[in-house]
Design a protein around this ligand. Structure first.
Ligand SMILES: O=P(O)(O)OC[C@H]1O[C@@H](O)[C@H](O)[C@@H](O)[C@@H]1O
Length: 322
């Protein structure tokens, strides 16, 4: 039996509420959409890359690390915040359909469309009534791509990236649709730069017993033996098929962030340390690597295959535990 929408009658009509409706402040210009909750938390999303560039707590402190030299004018991917990596992670393999694309694909260096906002009483991540938040949707399809990218990846696709801000965290999710008739394969990653007080006091939990590829050690494979991982130099590891759904960042053994995966099997942990940071023209200040850790959820250790007409969705909730 098909459920048909009921026509609203007098009984269904919403009752006038005397409770004041929370007002979410949305500001939009040609480059950025910013939403601020009545309780003070805010998020800013640059249309270029649909890159979250700022996610502030109610006290005004930012959870995102953004380089002081990040290009925000659409000339190159943003160094900081949450660049969206699609349809390939890292340098594309020469024997794959993504081979002519740049490192990390085209999503982070294409201009997305702002599709609009919706507000809700109980958005994902809400733990209590009154945790209401705002969802901002952004879209990218082959029609938005440069000729160069269209040629390098000639598929009909549709991406909807949703950024939901609540009092308790930030939820970002990506919906991928194959709008064509052929099959395509992709990888995806949310390249999140978390701002931290001090890398030397930072530890990461939730990766114990997980197999990882160490890109610093010639892409060799290892198994994580530390329940709590400290960062004492350059780190660039791809943890694959993680059974636990939460990776946590702690400062001085005190939880600072929980990153909760939904349908994302893998996580990259990255910090360039002093030497690699010095080699990046858009990385500033020079010692900024002490105040960032990338915890990047994704599907990167294998390819997602989508038949024509199929869709796929995954997301993360980041909780700021101040
Ligand atoms: O400089 P990019 O292209 O933004 O990449 C930054 C880093 O991104 C990480 O995800 C990769 O694992 C690293 O190898 C890479 O160096």
């Amino acid at each position: 039996m098909v459920d048909r929408p009921k026509k609203p009658g007098p009984i269904d009509a919403p009752k006038p509420s005397s409770a004041p409706q929370p007002i979410v402040d949305i500001a939009q210009d040609n480059s950025t959409v910013t939403a601020k909750l009545p309780s003070g938390e805010s998020v800013s999303v640059l249309l270029y890359g649909a890159t979250v560039t700022s996610w502030k707590n109610a006290d005004g402190s930012d959870n995102m690390w953004l380089s002081e030299k990040a290009s925000l004018d659409g000339s190159k991917p943003v160094r900081g915040g949450i660049p969206v990596v699609f349809p390939v992670f890292g340098p594309p393999p020469s024997d794959h359909a993504t081979s002519s694309l740049p490192q990390h694909g085209f999503a982070r260096n294409s201009r997305w469309e702002y599709l609009g906002k919706s507000t809700s009483e109980s958005p994902p991540g809400a733990t209590a009534a009154g945790d209401g938040g705002v969802k901002l949707d952004f879209g990218l399809s082959n029609a938005n791509l440069s000729d160069e990218f269209k040629k390098a990846w000639p598929h009909e696709f549709g991406l909807v990236y949703s950024v939901t801000l609540t009092k308790i965290g930030l939820h970002t999710s990506l919906n991928v649709r194959n709008e064509g008739s052929g099959t395509f394969e992709f990888q995806v990653l949310l390249h999140t730069y978390l701002r931290i007080a001090d890398i030397s006091k930072t530890s990461i939990t939730g990766l114990m017993d997980v197999s990882y590829t160490d890109k610093v050690l010639n892409a060799t494979t290892h198994t994580e033996s530390n329940a709590s991982l400290s960062i004492s130099g350059e780190v660039d590891r791809v943890y694959a098929s993680i059974p636990q759904d939460t990776t946590s960042v702690l400062i001085d053994n005190k939880p600072r962030f929980d990153v909760v995966r939904d349908n994302f099997p893998d996580t990259v942990i990255w910090n360039p340390s002093k030497e690699k940071a010095a080699g990046m023209k858009d990385f500033a200040p020079a010692d900024g690597w002490k105040n960032m850790i990338c915890v990047e959820v994704g599907h990167v250790n294998s390819w997602v295959k989508l038949e024509g007409g199929e869709g796929w969705e995954a997301g993360q909730v980041i909780k700021s535990l101040l």
